[in-house]
Design a protein around this ligand. Structure first.
Ligand code: NAD
Length: 483
């Protein structure tokens, strides 16, 4: 059975406890590798290694750091297919998706921040007649990056790339549910001759490894992506230590479809935005609101399209939906489908576990599910399900649909479908959401601010926002006589 190792001080090492956790392939329900069950002693070693590496790495010129990160990007790119297959086995997602989205995006994350740092600048202010001020943006020191299971390498690199580019040394923890590609990246970092201790990857449970990273006094900033409850706990721990904090949390994203939308494009994109990656993307639409005049037509066409989605072995080319990430997660999603029934919802398609044959017969598959007839404020429409489940509801006015859309405690992303320009701007400006897409979904420009409002998080990632987060400002004021 393949063993995963921690990456500390430039070396692949066993956890000090010698203990391992089972790592499952969700498509088969079988254990296929072992993940270190690390604890505070491993975190301590990683912090020591990172602190030791910091003076060298932080003083290296941005161009030299850029070179190193580009080298890693190239190696990830060269290993794209192997990494995509590993990501598919670890998460259950279709391999085709991992090779078109997850791994190319990991390459892009490194390239984007490797080059962004050489264009990053800070501010200057002239205090007329008296002084000049300049603001240094210096690396923070040792920072912690904690990432979830749904887009493992994609989100892991989205954090570590800006942290490293800005000159910090990192102690990172991937999800214990999907550790494989972070381990493979550790090996590529060795191949790229990353200086020892600049990046350290400690595998293990959130409550052990993650919690120690959060509480460690020498780790001065935490960048976290994951669930809202975990984010709340992290915020409570980090606040008295005055750590910098970036929190990217859950969502319950609305899709608002007006009668004047471009019908075919809207239909096709809503199928994708609801079910891509089995609905396990924080940006997936989970509540679709359709204007009354086209409600029935859209509902029927949407359900027909969803029925034709192919749930299957993630390694097969034609598969559109793979397995959900774990048995626990599958049961959580199924319990929400039961709740929807209790709340009066009608299942238009899907609604149960999908049993496949052959090697995937014990896998954790769920039929893509569409539910109608629920009130906007019931639990099914308020709580994050994070699976292939979407609800649809009709609306009559802009005011009404804004009220529905904004009724949840979350505010990550929203999509608006209309050909009326004024309405698009008006609705976008009134949505309580960090990201709004008009007539599109998941159209990403890495320079734009990314993040949520309300219980969807704190702070923004993306572009120079992430470089600002991973640096500390220091203003230097120089008094000049007779200026
Ligand atoms: P999670 O909160 O359970 O875990 C996320 C990470 O935090 C994992 O590495 C986990 O081990 C670690 N962790 C758990 N408890 C911890 C603790 N006490 N201290 C420190 N670390 C701890 O989330 P998940 O189930 O892995 O991911 C799914 C969630 O992530 C969903 O809510 C989804 O919406 C959210 N998500 C948000 C975004 C975004 O950009 N806003 C992106 C992807 C996923």
């Amino acid at each position: 059975m393949e063993k995963i190792f921690n990456y500390i001080g430039g070396k692949l090492v066993e956890p000090i406890s010698g203990q391992y956790l089972d790592n499952y392939d969700p498509a088969t329900g079988k254990i296929y590798s072992l993940t270190p069950d690390s604890d505070e002693r491993d975190v301590e070693k990683a912090v020591e290694a990172a602190s030791k590496a910091f003076p060298y790495w932080s003083k290296l010129s941005p161009e030299k750091r850029c070179e190193k990160l580009l080298k890693i990007a190239d190696l990830v790119n060269q290993n794209l297919e192997i990494l995509a297959e590993a990501e598919s086995i670890d998460t259950g997602k279709p391999k085709s998706l991992a090779s078109q989205v997850d791994i190319p995006r990991a390459v892009l994350n490194f390239r984007f921040y490797a080059t962004a740092i050489i264009h990053f600048s800070s501010e200057f202010y002239e205090t007329t007649g008296q002084a000049i001020n300049y603001t240094l943006r210096q690396p923070i020191g040792v920072v912690g990056c904690i990432s979830p299971w749904n887009l493992p390498l994609y989100l892991f690199t989205w954090k570590i790339a800006p942290a490293l580019a800005a000159g910090n040394c990192v102690v990172a923890k991937p999800s214990e549910i999907t550790p494989m590609t972070a381990f493979m990246l550790s090996k590529l970092c060795i191949e790229a001759e990353m200086p020892e201790g600049v990046l350290n990857v400690v595998h293990g449970l959130g409550q052990k490894v993650g919690a120690h990273i959060v509480k460690h006094p020498q780790i001065r900033a935490i960048s976290f992506t994951g669930g809202t409850q975990t984010g709340k706990w992290i915020a409570a721990q980090a606040a008295p230590l005055f750590k910098k904090l970036s929190l990217e949390l859950g969502g319950k994203n609305p899709s608002i479809i007006f009668s004047d939308c471009e019908y075919e494009k809207t239909l096709e994109t809503n199928v994708r935005s609801s079910f891509m990656n089995q609905g396990e993307i924080c940006l997936c639409s989970s509540r679709i609101f359709i204007e009354k005049p086209i409600y029935e037509r859209f509902r029927n066409d949407f359900v027909q399209r969803v029925k034709s989605l192919r749930v299957g072995d993630p390694l097969e080319k034609e598969t559109e939906l793979g397995a959900v990430v774990s048995e626990t997660h599958m049961n959580k999603i199924l319990s929400y489908i039961s709740l929807a029934r209790e709340e009066g919802g009608e299942i238009l398609t899907g609604g149960k576990r999908s049993i496949l044959s052959g090697r995937c017969q014990n896998g954790y598959f769920i039929e893509p599910t569409v539910i109608e007839g629920l009130s906007f404020d019931c639990r099914t429409n308020q709580e994050e399900i994070f699976g292939p489940v979407v609800t649809i509801q009709p609306f009559e006015t802009e005011e009404e649909v804004l009220n529905y859309a904004n009724s949840v405690s979350y505010g990550l992303s929203a999509t608006v479908w209309t050909e009326n320009l004024s309405r698009a701007h008006r609705v976008a400006s009134r949505l309580e959401s960090g990201i709004v897409w008009v007539n599109s979904w998941l159209l990403r420009d890495l320079r734009t601010p990314f993040g949520g409002v309300k219980n969807s998080g704190l702070g923004r990632e993306g572009g120079f926002e992430a470089l600002r987060f991973f640096t500390e400002e220091k203003n230097v004021c120089i008094k000049i006589d007779n200026l």
